[in-house]
Design a protein around this ligand. Structure first.
Ligand SMILES: CC(C)(COP(=O)(O)OP(=O)(O)OC[C@H]1O[C@@H](n2cnc3c(N)ncnc32)[C@H](O)[C@@H]1OP(=O)(O)O)[C@@H](O)C(=O)NCCC(=O)NCCS
Length: 130
């Protein structure tokens, strides 16, 4: 729900079902899955990057981070930064010139994370309630 903006009121079950649908699409596509684990606590977070989905406007190759999340108890310990760095390394290994992703305007934590990691705003997705 961190990625649902205040511009749309969506019920949790609908968002969950949509997440499953998009996750199925991502796992059926060429992708890189990065998982952060601690020996003590097990899985802490993951990033799923599509590596064969060019930018829809320019056609340039890119790594597209479709999902990234860190367990609530593991946040603010640098896990997302480590996941992002690992995804970028995988993109460089594949000679992809860019890494891109979408982030919801209301998601302050994610926006701060990406801005601090050097990501710039490339386009804006606008929405009007009718
Ligand atoms: C966004 C998210 C992935 C960040 O994970 P994290 O492991 O806590 O992030 P990190 O500890 O690596 O933080 C790196 C930097 O991001 C920024 N940041 C992270 N969480 C923040 C918060 N709650 N508020 C403000 N800045 C934040 C900070 O600049 C932070 O550096 P600092 O701790 O030195 O200040 C995590 O909050 C999350 O899983 N949220 C729910 C799912 C989600 O929104 N995914 C992203 C979808 S685009």
């Amino acid at each position: 729900m961190d990625s649902v903006s205040a511009a749309r009121s969506a019920p949790l079950p609908m968002v969950e079902a949509n997440f499953d649908r998009l996750a199925d699409y991502a796992f059926d596509s060429s992708h890189v899955l990065v998982i952060a684990e601690s020996e003590l606590d097990g899985p802490l977070g993951f990033a799923l990057m599509l590596d064969a989905l060019p930018d829809e406007v320019s056609g340039l190759a890119q790594g597209f981070i479709a999902y990234m999340a860190v367990e609530p108890d593991a946040r603010r310990r640098g896990v997302a930064n480590a996941l992002l760095a690992a995804a970028e390394t995988a993109a460089r290994e594949r000679r992809l010139p860019h890494v891109a992703l979408m982030v919801t305007e209301d998601n302050t934590a994610a926006r701060e994370l990406y801005a601090a990691a050097g990501y710039v705003t490339e386009r804006r997705l606008l929405c009007k309630t009718l």
